[in-house]
Design a protein around this ligand. Sequence first.
Ligand code: TXA
Ligand code: MG
Length: 317
Amino acid sequence: MSEESTLILSPSPGDMARAAGLLRRGEPVAFPTETVYGLGADARSGPAVARVYAAKGRPAFNPLIAHVPDVETARELVIWTPMADKLARAFWPGPLTLVLPLREGHGIASLVTAGLETLAVRVPAHPTAQALLRAFGGPLAAPSANPSGRISPTTAAHVLAGLDGDIAALIDDGACAVGLESTIVGLIDKTLRLLRPGGLAAEPIEAVIGRPLQQHATTDALVAPGQLLSHYAPRAAMRLNAEESRRGELLLGFGNVEGELNLSPGGDLAEAAANLFDHLHRLDQIGRPIAVARIPGHGLGAAINDRLKRAAAPRDT
Ligand code: TXA
Ligand code: MG
């Protein structure tokens, strides 16, 4: 925490103009999207983006997603293809990020791509994210608004818990409906690859493209440098596929596996996704080891299990 406190803004037009003004001066501003809260900065300004990396304590080799208000703006930044168009028409605005080769004259700061020749772009559906992008009038680089490696934020309180005093402002607009980061699909060299499972399940994407999505290997550091194994970690130790809690553990339940908290008593994966990070934040505050019930692997369960696996992975700190 630093000397200055973080300004809390509302989604009103006046506050949006204030947020846009801060962004133009190179200040990072946290804002809601339908997936998680993002920490936004002018994607065309190296110094502005550097402040995001600094606030998060993020390794500089981890590239960021450029958020834009619409397909037209995305097409100014990347080399567009018929497949990109198909996916964008089906799922934008929404929890899908596309990785495409950068287009000449893109103007994106190299710190955003961490020197790669590709760019991750996304059109968020959240009305407040849309309003901010339009008030600002340019692409916003925005990772999740949490200290690097920690649990992603799905409420303004989560953002403040990690970054209060380290960022200029936060737009508070309640809880994020999806609750998991966007699904990332790479469209490079005519191959379509699922780079990160996320808030849009693979099945509807496969229905649109008419074939299975190729999964990338998690060890392939070059393709998805952000997919560090230990990520999304609570402070406490975690154990997965638990049927009951052992001595001293807090149980995060699902379906009929009860627990201190339950991701979805009715076994609904969309509800579980929306609750995942919030429940982890809550249990982590208690400061005891966390056991998590088994989550099915289909639909959004793939992304939930991906995050849980990373949260439970061995770490250095
Ligand atoms: O839902 C989301 O995607 C949220 C909200 C704020 O939009 N953002 C988010 O950003 O999750 P972040 O920075 O936490 O995750 C970005 C991911 C990282 O895993 C990074 O490695 C990957 O995107 N990425 C970014 N640019 C890439 C590129 N050119 N090639 C491959 N992966 C890339
Ligand atoms: Mg993140």
